[in-house]
Design a protein around this ligand. Structure first.
Ligand SMILES: Nc1ncnc2c1ncn2[C@@H]1O[C@H](COP(=O)(O)OP(=O)(O)OP(=O)(O)O)[C@@H](O)[C@H]1O
Ligand SMILES: NC(=O)c1ccc[n+]([C@@H]2O[C@H](CO)[C@@H](O)[C@H]2O)c1
Length: 195
């Protein structure tokens, strides 16, 4: 069985942290990070607000991300080997792919491929605080969070909801351990229901 899990949601919601914990325990499990598909800096549009528009779908090479997902779908075993993931023979009929990123459910060709879609949320204040402690490859200029990052997050989330995309919301204020156990249990139940 091939099982694709989305770990999506707000910036600094804890997506990477949760994904890394799941990767350690799920069998035959590969990962694709959406952040690896950002276009080069000189291809990122500058908005009327003067900010580089990092947090829009057009800043990501989603065609390339989709091709990578399709490569996994066509041969999870080959993909696992190519990415240094060991495949256990006794569980080789179950292959799991984790997709991690902040705009996982806004690109139409990908949206129906998921078996399960998780969406981490944290309130504005916590998100802004966590983001201020981070250093990205391209550092945030002053005002980016309020002027661009948070408004784009709200816009895409509203669109996702208006389009009726079904997601399992996760409260990113819970502890890392609680989130890990909640999602692991949910994935295991969902896998059992499918087999
Ligand atoms: N459950 C949690 N409670 C408190 N802090 C957390 C939790 N999970 C992660 N963090 C912290 O929040 C910050 C963001 O975590 P992480 O990198 O996992 O988020 P992210 O959603 O992948 O962020 P982004 O994709 O925007 O870079 C990190 O400093 C991390 O240590
Ligand atoms: N990884 C990058 O190249 C990059 C550059 C500038 C900004 N970001 C931020 O990453 C977040 C998603 O994880 C988005 O909110 C971007 O602003 C990433």
């Amino acid at each position: 069985m091939k099982y694709i899990v989305g770990i999506g949601g707000v910036t600094n919601g804890g997506k990477t942290t949760l994904t890394n914990s799941l990767l350690q325990v799920l069998p035959n499990c590969c990962v694709i990070h959406q952040d690896d598909f950002f276009k080069p800096q000189d291809q990122i549009a500058v908005g009327e607000d003067g900010f580089k528009q990092w947090d829009v779908l057009e800043s990501l090479d989603m065609e390339a991300m989709l091709s990578t997902v399709k490569a996994w779908v066509s041969s999870p075993q080959k993909f696992a080997h190519a990415h240094g993931v060991s495949v256990q023979l006794d569980t080789s009929d179950t292959h799991i792919l984790l997709l991690e990123g902040f705009l996982l459910y806004s690109y139409k060709p990908l949206v129906d491929l998921y078996s399960r879609r998780y969406f981490l949320t944290v309130p504005y204040g916590e998100c802004k605080w966590r983001r201020s402690t981070r250093s990205y490859e391209v550092p945030d200029p002053p005002g980016l969070f309020d002027g661009h990052v948070w408004p784009m997050y709200q816009k895409y989330k509203q669109e996702m909801e208006a389009n009726g995309v079904e997601v399992v919301y996760l409260d990113g204020m819970k502890s890392r351990e609680e989130l890990f156990h909640q999602v692991l249990e949910d994935i295991q139940n969902s896998l059992l229901n499918r087999s």
